[in-house]
Design a protein around this ligand. Structure first.
Ligand code: HAM
Length: 426
């Protein structure tokens, strides 16, 4: 048997209502905050991610699905959306639009990671990007949107954590202090981080190796190295969040794994999930921040941006852990069981009329026995059932049974559809 690639998922009809719920809420809230939907290619020239995301990041170095097309050009399945959107707005001449330019997306992404609970090789993101404002109010507004979205879904066990990683003015001093710190602990570092020390010491802070993670705890903190502009910016983000009533924590450990960030970075950390060894792993439901140099980095004009992306599968795990009632595949209002060919056609025509009136109904299409049809009606949790046979067709009437309380009503078959549309049952 051919099976799906490792780290991918099949989502079955009983599970899709939960995905649609998360997606519909994303669309609703994006509109409320004035974001328009953008769609863009699933694959891009590899160079876009190497330059945009950063060629010393794990995403670019280890996790990209890169292939050569038939013209021998290097292409990569998008590992995220931010770099593609920056490319898209430059290419489509949107950098001179009225600002801020506010875009949202619901996309699949591809990263060659080790699959685990909440970690896939093909996964889904809801993200937003806001361009054209350097103001800390835009950071706060995007963070408030992320927070409102998680709340609107019904997830309450999460924490919003923010930090600032400075700008190109103050980052060099921080990198210097970080390099000195790690140089003095060189022997403890894993081999990968020994290499990172030369190329991008900030990335050592994301290393998952126990010895590097332990070292990161005492490493110099970005907040102690911010220039005055970055300090003011961070303060205004915090003041604005407080003014809006958005609860947050400052976590100096958040540096994010992608290179384009400047100043504000943040993550929404979800509820803990015990792994197979019983250690509680708290997954990031989403993350984002400001990226003032990205558009220039990929060859566009100077245009600041701020945004975030949420992992849909992780939101779904958090929803399942939250104990709230989750959306289910809808059950039909009516199931019409039929006896004989004429009745089967009659049932189909009533069902068709109901569906055209916006009511979900089902009838037998596979020629089951009456007993099997009733069993099936029960299985699909039909609210009402009706049985139509030759007698009922002759009389023009059928018995309608309320499956919840067993009440029965005789109804004209020709008025069955109206019974639901006008009879106040719906
Ligand atoms: P990211 O932190 O790499 O940021 O991904 C955002 C979210 O996508 C994560 O918090 C997580 O929920 C989800 N995610 C990431 N990798 C996986 C995976 N392998 N399996 C399942 N879910 C995953 C970005 O992608 C940035 N582009 C966010 C951003 C937008 N920054 C500014 N604008």
């Amino acid at each position: 048997m051919i099976i799906k690639p490792r780290g991918t998922m099949d989502i079955m009809p009983e599970d899709t209502p939960l995905w649609q719920y998360v997606e519909n809420k994303a669309r609703e809230i994006s509109s409320l905050y004035g974001f328009g939907e953008i769609r863009f290619p699933t694959f891009e020239q590899t160079e876009l991610f190497a330059r945009g995301v950063g060629d010393t990041t794990d995403v670019v170095q280890k996790e990209m699905y890169t292939f050569f097309d038939k013209d021998n050009r290097s292409m990569t399945l998008r590992p995220e959306g931010t770099a593609s959107i920056a490319r898209s707005i430059v290419e489509n001449g949107r950098c001179s639009d009225a600002m801020p330019l506010k875009l949202y997306y619901l996309i699949s992404c591809f990263r060659y990671e080790k699959p685990a609970s909440g970690r896939y090789r093909e996964f889904y993101q809801y993200g937003v990007e806001m361009y054209g404002s350097e103001s800390a109010c835009s950071d706060a507004s995007v963070i408030a949107l992320a927070d409102a979205y998680v709340k609107a879904l019904g997830i309450s066990d999460y924490s919003l954590e923010i930090n600032s990683i400075g700008c190109k003015e103050c980052r060099p001093a921080y990198k210097k202090a970080l390099t000195e710190y790690y140089m003095s602990n060189y022997d403890v570092l894993c081999d990968t981080c020994k290499g990172r020390l030369k190329t991008n010491p900030l990335r050592i802070l994301d290393c998952k190796c126990p010895q590097c993670a332990a070292l990161a705890k005492d490493a110099p903190k970005t907040l102690d190295f911010l220039c005055e502009g970055c300090r003011d910016h961070m303060q205004t983000v915090q003041d604005s969040l407080e003014e809006m009533g958005v609860a947050y924590k400052v976590d100096t450990g958040i540096v994010r794994g992608l290179d384009y960030y400047t100043k504000t970075v943040f993550e929404i950390i979800g509820p803990g999930e015990p792994d197979k060894d019983g250690n509680v792993r708290r997954l990031a439901l989403g993350g984002g921040g400001r990226y003032d140099g990205l558009v220039q980095e990929i060859g566009g004009p100077k245009l600041p941006g701020v945004g975030f992306a949420m992992g849909l599968s992780r939101l779904i795990i958090a929803l399942q852990m939250s104990g709230i009632e989750l959306p289910k595949k809808p059950a039909p209002v009516l199931y019409i069981a039929s006896l004989g060919k004429n009745a089967q056609t009659k049932a189909l025509s009533v069902v068709q009329k109901l569906r055209l009136d916006g009511i979900y109904a089902e009838s037998d299409l596979v020629g089951r026995s009456l007993k099997a049809q009733m069993k099936y009606a029960d299985k699909i949790k039909a609210e009402y059932t009706a049985i139509i046979g030759d007698d009922e067709i002759e009389k023009g009437k059928a018995i309608l049974r309320n499956m919840n309380n067993g009440e029965q009503t005789e109804v004209e078959i020709s008025a069955l559809a109206e019974f639901f549309t006008k009879g106040g049952i719906k």
